[in-house]
Design a protein around this ligand. Structure first.
Ligand SMILES: [Zn+2]
Length: 450
């Protein structure tokens, strides 16, 4: 069939590079299963190191390059949380070796509680013998090297690709902040805020061959409890394995979103981790079966550190805490008094805030810490014209990130968890205003306006 071009379109052919230009993508993975027995992270009650491996652990990468050659690499992991000690080290090397700026790298952790301790994340939780710390330090070193190699591998394989955005739904997450006579406890709060959406980025080559997908969910990766001593990726590990079984040779990547105050339900049995993983994999498949929106336009990235304010405290608070019957409080008090001695009492938390705008397709907002779901819901509601994917557990996991409501209500996320994270106490109530303003700032920098 022959057709005539309207005159206005001729300009397109005068700029063949613009017309022909397209996005490139590559995906890869590296195994990070610890060798031998190692102390597992996430539960204070464990009394011994790991006993065998149920599932391998992985770091995975999705590298994207826009038509102008600008790049971003998403790195996800089956780990409790990436601390800055590791992300800063990888980012420094990635700048040297691959020319990637900090804003071009995202590090997200699935928050499995059946993986190794990653130092210094949750360090106050453990009182380990020196040989265990040495193992953990060696593991951290190897991890850094594996991630760097994987990033380099993905960049080296960048090739023209089609990236589409889809959204599915999985319903196993519940709000876990249950009101009780003793205040808010960890349990089940069916009326509390949740977000069951499953945002999916699907990647194929130009012939339609599937390379993989990155799917997200807002739910603690804690189907398995502290009685479990085998290395495993929990529901997120099962979901990724299920995806890769269904599509051999591809990469299934899990992105943890705002799971801070969300738990899988029901939980505590191995078969439930498999069941939830299957549910998430099915949600991803169903989403991908729908026609998706295709990626076009430019990549824009922004990254900044902001100071989140902590509630006031005094030296006397921690001198008193030294005689507390709770050994974790005593450990925390010692650390805080050291900081006072050094004239550097901990008053604020350095916090990474990032925005990755994938053309007109979607904007990812990776945020640090164990982010409660309210921030996901509020950010999406504040930018109704944009597709926004807010992901906590990114770039640094230094503590829970509460908001005004949760700080008022109290409970584990607001108060008790801060002990294990070696923080002096809860955040100040204006933490929500500071964080919300910084999210708006990075979004404005990538051109996203309310
Ligand atoms: Zn957690």
């Amino acid at each position: 069939m022959k057709f005539l071009l309207p005159v206005c379109c001729l300009a397109v052919f005068a700029q063949p590079t613009v017309w022909a230009a397209e996005w490139k993508a590559a995906m890869g993975r590296g195994k990070i299963t610890p060798e031998g027995s190692i102390w597992m992270s996430g539960y204070a009650a464990r009394t011994r190191p790991s006993e065998g491996v149920l599932q391998d652990l992985w770091v995975k990468a999705l590298a994207l390059e826009d038509p102008k050659g600008r790049r971003v690499v998403f790195v996800t992991s089956d780990l409790i949380g990436f601390p800055r000690r590791i992300t800063d080290a990888v980012a420094a090397q990635a700048l040297k070796q691959y020319g990637l700026e900090r804003a071009q790298l995202v590090f997200n952790s699935s928050h499995t509680h059946s993986g190794p301790v990653v130092r210094p994340n949750l360090e106050t939780m453990y009182d380990l013998p020196p040989e265990q710390w040495a193992k953990i330090d060696r593991y951290g070193q190897q991890l850094t090297e594996t991630i760097l190699t994987m990033i380099g591998g993905a960049l080296g394989q960048l090739a023209p690709a089609k990236v589409t955005y889809h959204e599915g739904k999985a319903t196993f997450a519940i709000n876990r902040r249950q009101a009780s006579a003793k205040g808010v406890v960890l349990g089940s709060n069916p009326g509390g805020p949740i977000d069951h959406s499953v945002p999916v980025l699907r990647v194929t080559d130009l012939n339609g061959k599937l390379l993989g997908a990155m799917f997200g969910y807002s739910c603690h990766n804690t189907t398995l409890t502290g009685e479990f001593y085998q290395i495993a990726g929990d529901y997120a590990g099962y979901a990724q394995a299920e995806f890769e079984r269904a599509h051999p040779g591809t990469v299934g990547m899990f992105l943890m979103l705002g799971g801070g105050d969300q738990n899988p339900s029901p939980r505590s049995k191995l078969e439930l981790a498999a069941q939830h993983g299957k549910a998430l994999a099915v949600a991803t498949e169903e989403a991908m079966a729908q026609p998706g929106l295709a990626l076009s336009g430019d990549l824009r990235v922004a990254f900044q550190m902001v100071d989140l304010p902590l509630a006031p405290h005094s030296r006397e608070d921690f001198e008193k805490e030294l005689s507390d019957p709770n050994k974790y409080k005593v450990r925390r008090a010692k650390e805080m008094l050291k900081a006072y001695d050094a004239k550097l009492p901990v008053r604020k938390v350095a916090y990474p805030v990032q925005a990755i705008r994938l053309g007109k397709l979607a904007t990812y907002v990776p945020l640090g810490g164990e982010l409660v779901v309210d921030y996901v819901l509020q950010t999406k509601a504040a930018f109704p014209k944009e597709r926004i994917v807010v992901a906590g557990y990114s770039n640094d996991v230094m503590c829970y990130i509460s908001n005004k409501r949760i700080l008022q209500e109290g409970g584990y996320e607001a108060v008790d968890s801060m002990i294990y994270y070696g923080m002096p106490g809860p955040f100040a109530p204006d933490v929500e205003d500071v964080l919300t303003a910084s999210i708006r700032r990075v979004l404005a920098r990538v051109g996203v306006k309310p």
